[in-house]
Ligand binder design. Sequence first.
Ligand SMILES: NC(=O)c1ccc[n+]([C@@H]2O[C@H](COP(=O)([O-])OP(=O)(O)OC[C@H]3O[C@@H](n4cnc5c(N)ncnc54)[C@H](OP(=O)(O)O)[C@@H]3O)[C@@H](O)[C@H]2O)c1
Length: 287
Amino acid sequence: MKTVQGLILVIGATGNVGRQVVSQLLGAGADVRALVRNPEAAGLPDGVGVVRGDLSEPGTLGPCLDGVGAVFLVWPFLTAEAAPAVLDAVRKHARRIVYLSSAGVRDDLEQQSDPINQFHADIERLIEQSGLEWTFLRPSGFATNTLMWAPRIRADGVVRWPYGAAARSLVHEQDIAAVAVRALTGDGHGGAKYLLTGPQTLTQVEQVHTIGEAIGRPLRWEEISPEAARQQLLTAWGDLSFVDGALDAWARFVTEPELVAPTVEDVTGAPARTFREWATDHAGDFR
Ligand SMILES: NC(=O)c1ccc[n+]([C@@H]2O[C@H](COP(=O)([O-])OP(=O)(O)OC[C@H]3O[C@@H](n4cnc5c(N)ncnc54)[C@H](OP(=O)(O)O)[C@@H]3O)[C@@H](O)[C@H]2O)c1
């Protein structure tokens, strides 16, 4: 299949979602190029053109965008500071952009509730003003977030974490990618803000038990205080406002479970994958 967009550039191609976007685009017969910082380490499939580029060095982007009709954009930073230069480069070449945003973005708020949603909202606004044809993907929590428990699960089968009753509609990265591929290659997605979720909510305790069933070993949840997790997350992530934003969201999901939306099936024609399917796909990561 030769797509209507011609060559498609995937930015964030080595990440959870971008890697899936690359392989599903190739599977659909599209012409795909991947922008990566380190081509030698990218480990991408045959058939994709791999080019070196860096979003923090806008001067590297022009050659990557040469001949490109559509762009899939993952934003790996915690502010939108570098976005105007990146979008300037994109719109000199491409006609269409599909942006990986977040379900947390609220259209009715000028100031978002945390820094992550703020940078996503800022980038969405810049894209709206860019003149590009755009689609925003707004996923709920990624099922891949639970990989942070993998070292403990492999070590002793006990997950020590706060807010066991927090209920999320975790979404499979393959489903986010499947919607991205439709938006990149098909028509009728311009101006859409797609809320992408899994097909049901599960509490964090239920997620851990589901992973246990997938790997054939019972796992245990041990509730710890938010303060104890805060220290761990601060060591891992380094940014206090980012950590507090995540903890506030988990606290909120105890009383207000994350929404479930039909969008994945509406767009792709296939039901959203369950967390059980995700855990089975990733069983090797937890064994
Ligand atoms: N996790 C969630 O629950 C959730 C929910 C909603 C939205 N989101 C959003 O999803 C996005 C992350 O998606 P993901 O999990 O698929 O990504 P990821 O696995 O964290 O990967 C990040 C990607 O960005 C690339 N990258 C990093 N710095 C770069 C730079 N300076 N120039 C070019 N590329 C660079 C990385 O490439 P290298 O190989 O070079 O490192 C990698 O391919 C974030 O914006 C996040 O806010 C996440």
